[in-house]
Ligand binder design. Structure first.
Ligand code: 5AD
Ligand code: SF4
Length: 466
């Protein structure tokens, strides 16, 4: 089976074999009503990883706690893509110290991207001695064994693998939604964009075997899941005997799955075949997330993005010409080292030209170990803040304009449930990934319904069921 994944010879599969430890911990927990609480920081990949952590904890006899203070085990799945995600962990650690002082039996677990950095591990070991278990992104599947060792030997466990030894398959998963699900298809990244820490903490790119992906989606469909999002740091460079468009065709006929999305795409790997697959497969959502990062060719080159603004805009034209009513979203970083006022103005210009429907905007954050962090020409915080405010104003204006363009259209909405603030309102998402709120007496949770859009707001569409 491994011969099938021949792009990267190191690709292999690690079969999950922690059942024996789950059973042992479940017997320790028997009758105790033990509870877990997971805090997930960061991206969708971390959310998917946390669903595996929840699956393993469920097999170990824990159920989900209503709140952090009632938990017997607290897991923080960390992120280090920007500095503020790291600050969040240290904020939580203060709270955890108080909880641990109140309850000496409480188990505190830290895992995920931040733990792949040796300076973070040293800091936790030295200054946060009440943390019981620490593991990284590559050995998540070892969690039951590490927990068992910690409980039975009453000791701290710090276990990090420096590199991936393959993709763990058959790990139990407890999904947070009964309607939509994330399905990771690649792990890691080979691109080394000069600002980004991801390749250092998640390692080289590995693609999952297509049969394992298909098996997982068939299982999800049998559980009633309607929409799947295929995940990867650079999902369109997937290769395991078939490329990403091939994978889309391979999984396109699974009965019960009504919608397929994917995240995140790198413009340099967006092939004509992928555009064709999006046209040919009716279940493909009419949305593509295509990070631009900057509109200046100089900055793009220094970011190591491997495309120019002209190439990016041509790609957008091609996508819009081929796929009717496609929504295009993006990621933009403001204040990359050396970014001049002219560079930033070019970003605003390209943003407008591309006609994005929405965007995630970020202030450049210096990440130790990356190429850009070594540059002497870092941009002062006040300049970054001013540019960021100007970008956000443009993004909001254009998002509103995109939403107003949807007024009077009838759009298909996959309903996620009732609105938390108004129980007479249902909320869901369009194929273009926009949030729609509509008044409704009946409960259409999990159904695809046609909604006529009455008003476009900046953050959502307001409609009426037809
Ligand atoms: N600073 C700011 N934003 C970053 N991103 C990645 N690394 C950084 C960084 N150091 C953003 C990119 C990426 C998104 C997931 O996070 O825009 O596409
Ligand atoms: Fe980071 Fe670039 Fe890889 Fe995305 S493609 S995870 S921005 S290195």
């Amino acid at each position: 089976m491994n011969d099938f994944c021949n792009k990267y010879p190191s690709d292999n599969m690690l079969l999950y074999n922690a059942d024996q430890y789950c059973r042992k911990i479940a017997s320790i927990n028997y009758g105790k009503n033990a509870k877990y609480f997971i805090e997930t920081l960061g991206c969708q990949m971390n959310e998917a990883d946390s669903e595996q952590l929840a699956g393993m904890l469920t097999d170990m006899g824990y159920s989900q706690a209503e709140d952090i203070s009632s938990a017997d085990i607290i897991v923080i799945n960390t992120c280090c893509v920007r500095e503020n995600a790291e600050f969040k962990l240290y904020g939580h650690l203060g709270e955890l110290k108080i909880l641990k002082q109140r309850n000496k039996e409480l188990l505190i677990v830290l895992c995920g991207c931040m733990m792949q950095q040796s300076h973070v591990v040293d800091k936790i070991k030295n200054s946060y001695k009440y943390v019981d278990i620490l593991f990284g992104t590559h050995n998540r599947q070892e969690f039951p064994e590490l927990l068992f060792d910690s409980i039975s030997e009453k000791k701290k466990i710090y276990e990090i693998w420096e590199e991936s030894r393959g993709i763990a398959e058959n790990v139990p998963v407890k999904r947070s939604s009964t309607i939509t699900a994330y399905v990771p298809v690649t792990h890691g990244c080979n691109n080394f964009c000069s600002y980004c820490i991801v390749p250092y903490v998640r390692g080289r790119e590995h693609s999952r075997h297509p049969e394992m992906i298909k098996k997982e989606i068939i299982q999800l469909a049998s559980e009633g899941i309607k929409e799947i999002t295929l995940l990867g740091q650079n999902v369109n460079s997937y290769y395991c005997g078939m490329d990403f468009p091939g994978l889309l065709h391979y999984i396109s006929d699974i009965e019960g799955i009504e919608r397929i999305r994917f995240l995140s795409c790198h413009p340099k790997d967006l092939s004509d075949d992928l555009i064709k697959a999006m046209v040919e497969i009716p279940k493909m959502c009419s949305h593509i997330h295509l990070p631009l990062q900057s509109g200046s060719n100089k900055v793009l080159q220094q970011m190591n993005r491997k495309y120019t603004k002209e190439q990016y805009l041509m790609l957008i034209d091609k996508i819009r010409a081929s796929i009717k009513d496609i929504a295009i979203s993006t990621d933009i970083i403001v204040g990359f080292p050396g970014e001049t006022e002219e560079d930033f103005n070019e970003t605003l210009e390209v943003y407008e030209k591309a006609g994005f429907d929405f965007a995630f905007t970020f202030i450049y954050s210096k990440r130790t170990g990356t190429a850009a962090a070594k540059r002497p020409d870092q941009i002062p915080e006040d300049i970054k803040d001013t540019r960021f405010a100007r970008l956000v104003a443009l993004v909001n204006d254009m998002t509103l304009a995109s939403n107003i363009r949807d007024e009077n259209k009838v759009l298909q909405v996959l309903t996620g449930g009732k609105s938390r603030t108004d129980r007479s309102v249902m909320t869901g998402r369009t194929s273009s990934n926009k949030i729609v709120n509509f008044k409704c007496d009946n409960d259409f949770t999990g159904h695809l319904v046609d909604v006529k859009i009455k008003k476009g707001h900046t953050w959502y569409l307001e409609g009426e069921k037809v």
